[in-house]
Design a protein around this ligand. Structure first.
Ligand SMILES: NC(=O)C1=CN([C@@H]2O[C@H](COP(=O)(O)OP(=O)(O)OC[C@H]3O[C@@H](n4cnc5c(N)ncnc54)[C@H](O)[C@@H]3O)[C@@H](O)[C@H]2O)C=CC1
Ligand SMILES: O=C(O)C(=O)COP(=O)(O)O
Length: 526
């Protein structure tokens, strides 16, 4: 039974889903690093929020781990690269806390505009001070939004409704979408120089770390107010403190910090800074959503069903996933057969997509083909998560080719594997009900339904071969389920493809090779 460790608090609804699915679940949210290191090898899945640091060291010790589920969005607390190399799927629950975080961002923006927490604290402490907390209206002001993904977009919509002009910066934001939302597409520089308020909604990456530092604060409008409900460090914390002290920045509202809890309290103690302890996703609704979403996805991974939201696999939109579905089985099968055609060292793989399949997102299919090929030599260690990395590590080059025509079939996928002894090819298609068919092997036209056990026989095209092969297999008690023969020319070289019911044995292949006119017999196991 698969074992699941939940190492950060998630709502009970998620825990229950794991139990209902029949998994053994342990919830413990106060591990020391040493405790986690010592026990992680026993688990198939690890569920975290932002607190557990899933470092390369933890991943190296996680010998049975198949999936890390993040009940939330940001995976900067997970060493995704180390997980990828080890073939561990990292997935998140990206939609469940969008609105909660957008709403906190709005609350923080208003709080820093109107000094709400400062006034609150003053009154609670017994004072009645109305002079010290004069703020600014947001109506008519310009808001710069950096990162127009799920949360940034929801914040922009809400602030537009409150009368702000919104400048938006995101490499994936198009003119059309900006116009549809009613925001102005802006460069980072325009955001810096024209905004009265700036709010950031990007992940923390090498590019966004310190995106705003001393030089950027200096070019901002004097009296600008800044909001960060994304990740600590997007505004350089030391430079921000200095810019606030100098009066260049009037105030900041921060939900997130470079280290949590913050080791350095300089910013927190500035009176112009409004803070919350990483509460963006802390609502009943968001926590219910992310716990349930992540549980459903992790259960699918553990049950071998298809899943979405993996951050270390190509992102597949539902319509793309649907378009790929008919070809995924074929892709894996082609990879497995290709690996067995090339018994020598392989250096290059070319995958070509013809016809309808050339119009879908083929990179995922190439990944499945690569996985099939590598599995022959690397076994279960390889999956679609680490296939690319393992191929690169072995110097294996993979290229893709696409063409819209497809010679009499609606779709064809051809795999050419170049090894030390030449190039081996095979081509497949799918027919009705997503059934895979192999239509070419090593240049021979065939029409074979791939099955778990097959035998390929290279022979000369002449009378009596089928009878001879049938006799050898019959004597060995091997039942033939289907047989196909392909030849390049009459009386020339030919290939026989047999679907058989029982396992191949080396002696059987040797016996087949003794038959006159048979040159080579190979077993293919799927
Ligand atoms: N405070 C909290 O509790 C929470 C914080 N977050 C954080 O909020 C951030 C955004 O979350 P979502 O909107 O769900 O993610 P998302 O992936 O939908 O959006 C992120 C956007 O940032 C853009 N981006 C990346 N680099 C950029 C750059 N250099 N300049 C401009 N745009 C850039 C991307 O193109 C993308 O559109 C994440 O870092 C996440 O961890 C999310 C949920 C809760
Ligand atoms: O989802 C995110 O990225 C968050 O930052 C929320 O973090 P949390 O799950 O509340 O620790």
């Amino acid at each position: 039974m698969a074992k699941i460790l939940i190492s950060d608090p998630i709502t009970p609804a998620g825990v229950e889903l794991f139990k209902e699915a029949g998994f053994a679940v342990e919830v413990k949210t106060d591990h020391t690093k040493e405790e986690l290191l010592a026990k992680i090898k026993d688990y198939d899945a690890l569920i975290v929020r932002s607190q557990t640091k899933v470092t390369a060291e933890i991943i190296a010790a996680a010998d049975n781990l198949k999936v890390i589920g993040r009940a939330g969005v940001g995976v900067d607390n997970v060493d995704v690269e180390a997980a990828t190399k080890k073939g561990i799927i990292v997935l998140n629950a990206p939609d469940g806390n969008t609105l909660s975080t957008a709403e906190l961002s709005v609350a923080m923006l208003l709080a820093v505009a109107r000094n709400v927490p400062q006034g609150h604290a003053s009154l609670k402490s017994g004072a009645w001070d109305r002079k010290s907390f004069t703020g600014v209206e947001i109506n008519g002001k310009t808001l710069g939004v950096v990162g127009m993904g799920r949360i940034g977009t929801e914040v922009a919509k809400r602030m537009l409704a409150m009368g702000m002009t919104v400048l938006a910066h995101d490499p994936f934001l198009t003119e059309e979408r900006a116009a549809a939302l009613g925001v102005k597409l802006a460069s980072l520089e325009e955001i810096i120089t024209e905004s009265d308020f700036i709010t950031v909604h990007t992940p923390l990456t090498a590019e966004t770390k310190g995106l705003f530092g001393a030089a950027e604060f200096a070019r901002m409008k004097q009296g600008v107010r800044l909001v960060n409900c994304a990740r600590g460090g997007i505004y350089d914390e030391a430079a921000l403190a200095a810019a606030i002290r100098s009066g260049q920045v009037a105030g900041a509202a921060l939900d997130v910090f470079t280290s949590e809890p913050p080791a350095d309290r300089t910013l927190i103690e500035l009176p112009q800074v409004v803070v919350t302890p990483h509460l963006g996703a802390s609502t009943r609704e968001a926590q219910e959503n992310v716990a349930v979403d992540v549980a459903h996805e992790v259960i699918k991974v553990l049950k071998g069903e298809s899943f979405k939201n993996a951050v270390n696999l190509p992102p597949l939109r539902p319509e793309v996933r649907k378009a790929l579905q008919p070809f995924t089985n074929l892709a894996e099968v082609l990879g497995k057969i290709a690996a067995q055609l090339a018994t020598e060292r392989i250096g290059k793989i070319e995958v070509s997509y013809w016809g309808e399949v050339s119009k879908v997102e083929t990179s995922y299919l190439s990944l499945l083909i690569l996985k099939g090929i590598l599995q022959a030599s690397l076994g279960d260690e390889v999956n679609q998560v680490n296939a690319k990395f393992l191929a690169k590590e072995r110097g294996l080059k993979v290229t893709e080719f696409k063409a819209e025509e497809s010679a009499g079939y609606s779709s064809l996928i051809k795999v050419a594997v170049a090894g030390d002894h030449g190039t081996h090819t095979l081509t497949g298609t799918v027919i009705e009900h997503e059934e895979a068919r192999i239509v070419e092997i090593e240049g021979y036209r065939v029409d074979t339904v791939p099955s778990e056990q097959m035998i390929l026989i290279d022979h000369t095209d002449q009378p009596g071969v089928i009878g001879e092969v049938g006799t050898v297999l019959g004597q060995a008690g091997v039942n033939i389920a289907a047989m196909q023969v392909g030849r390049k020319q009459q009386g020339g070289k030919a290939l026989m493809v047999l679907n058989v019911d029982t396992a191949e044995a080396p002696e059987l292949l040797a016996k087949l090779e003794k038959a006159k006119s048979v040159q080579k017999a190979r077993a293919i196991i799927l």
